[in-house]
Ligand binder design. Structure first.
Ligand SMILES: [Zn+2]
Length: 149
């Protein structure tokens, strides 16, 4: 790709992902392109100073990463609800905990791990919904055949 092409792709945000740890900005809010240009992440860059800015050293990065992770966690929870997940916020947290325990990657998962588990819940909600629909189909068919003499 040409230098201009790399720059244009970086500007268009092809590196972006709603999950901060998978986003090209890494949750920091700024992406460094292959042609050494900085690009603000529209998903995670709110108030984040540019890495070449002087306020960069005094900025509260811990709070920044936390806010981005909390926002992503909530967004994935709502996406799972849109896919049919029915449960309280607490039940969602418990389901994420089960995912983290079953994966058993780390004894003490960090914020990014929790966000990844929340994102995995979207696909789980999709699969659970499909399984419920399939079961309902068979229940209906079974009942219909039982009614026929
Ligand atoms: Zn980002």
């Amino acid at each position: 790709m040409s230098l201009q092409g790399i720059y244009d792709a970086a500007r268009q945000g092809v590196w972006q992902d709603e999950n901060p740890s998978r986003c090209g900005c890494g949750g920091r809010g700024w992406y460094l392109s292959d042609v050494d240009t900085w690009h603000l992440c529209s998903l995670h860059g709110l108030n984040a100073p540019c890495p070449e800015d002087e306020t960069e050293e005094t900025f509260d990065w811990r709070a920044h990463y936390r806010r981005n992770n909390v926002n992503a966690f909530r967004s994935f929870r709502e996406a799972a609800r849109a896919e049919g997940w029915e449960g309280s916020n607490l039940q969602f947290i418990l389901a994420c905990r089960d995912i983290l325990r079953n994966l058993g990657i780390k004894p003490f998962p960090d914020q990014a791990d929790w966000v990844n588990a929340a994102e995995a819940m979207i696909e789980k909600a999709r699969q659970d919904k499909a399984a419920r629909e399939e079961q309902a189909y068979w229940d209906r068919e079974h009942a219909a055949w039982m009614d026929r003499p």
